[in-house]
Design a protein around this ligand. Sequence first.
Ligand SMILES: Cc1ncc(COP(=O)(O)O)c(C=O)c1O
Length: 441
Amino acid sequence: MSIIKLLSKKLEKTIFTTPSHNQKPVFSQNYESFYKNDYSEIEGFDNLSDPKSSILMAQGKISDILNTKQTYFITQGATTALLAAMKAIINPADKVLVARNCHKSVFNGLILTAGYIEWFMPDIDNEWGIYTTIDPKKLESTLKLNHYKVFIMTSPTYEGINSNIKKISEICKKYDTYLIVDEAHGILNNFSDELPESAINQGADISVNSLHKTAGALNQTAILNINRQIRNIDLSIFQKSINLFHTTSPSYPLLANIEACICYLNSKAGRDEINNLISEINKIKKELRRYGVEFMEFENPDITKLFIKKEGISGYDLSDSMYDEYNIEDELNNAIGCLYLCGIGTTKQKLEKLKNSLKKVRTNPSFEPIKTDFQPFPLVKLQPIETFNRNFMYVNKEDSLLKISNKMILPYPPGIGLLYPGEAIQKWHLDYLNNDVEVIV
Ligand SMILES: Cc1ncc(COP(=O)(O)O)c(C=O)c1O
């Protein structure tokens, strides 16, 4: 089916995925006339690669709202924001510590910067089969042993788990390591007392936010934030770095969407919408608990993300049943549960539909809860830079054990690698591999 045809069809499903806006404009702009606002950088308009007027003013306004030294607008997603942040900080052969639950763009950033990777394992919750927080003590022990130029981590996680960035940033400063926090899922943290503080306000040197995931903005809108207290760096390197990756034809409708999004979130209406969403979520949680539905609870959570399991059914079957019988699509699922993402644009009606469907899903009283053994420790054989454009061959799956993979195994979402190029293939990877496996020669 053509893209045009696909978009002209009415979607039958209720989706709890990104983008959160429910396919309706949330802010004051009128997107029916997207074309009307689609200009290039003509006379009188500003230039994203060297902003001097309207873009500079808009970025300044948003920077004030977010309490940053500088906030840059990006119209190519958090992916580009991360690449730009990494390029600004990392020189070839710099040692980089990366939390294993980082998005694949961080690995790609190391191919582009030629930094040397060392993985840091976040804590793991085997009851839910997911990564959780970064343990500050474990981080300190790691930083004591070696100097790393930068530590890159994700908080909140896809499932809404926030790490203690305040403590982590103090430790990073103590060991002269920059801290980049991928806060792609966490922009709402700036605008509600019911949510944790933003990564920047807790001391991260750099953070990136996607605005399309939970904040009601359009796909590809993102920002890159620099802390007022960042040390020993000439700020101009960030613009230079953005300009390496960013299109020279940025979309004005998307730039305006970024400005409108943050201004809305910062308004009374925006803050009320977030708090109302949280209060509606708390209500449905209370009711659903009586129907055998369990929610992943964690210290300091992002309550807008609902990671759910139900007694008597696996996560995969719950996902299928909700999709096939109740027309509800989750953002992602695993053997244990399903993730329903909410945000700006998630209506009370949508939440009611989710609640009523979750109540009704049929379960099996003799179902044995699945126990995961989620311990995906990597065996790194080659650095990311050494894996790009290498000669490779195909081997049978059975013969691939301990050979060096040329490919990623990467379920998307969440876009977190189970195996990256340059890592040895382990027994537990075999379940995810096709018969012909690409290995580096
Ligand atoms: C944690 C995290 N970081 C970065 C990204 C990339 O964001 P974007 O799609 O805005 O490029 C994603 C996308 O799923 C993500 O989950």
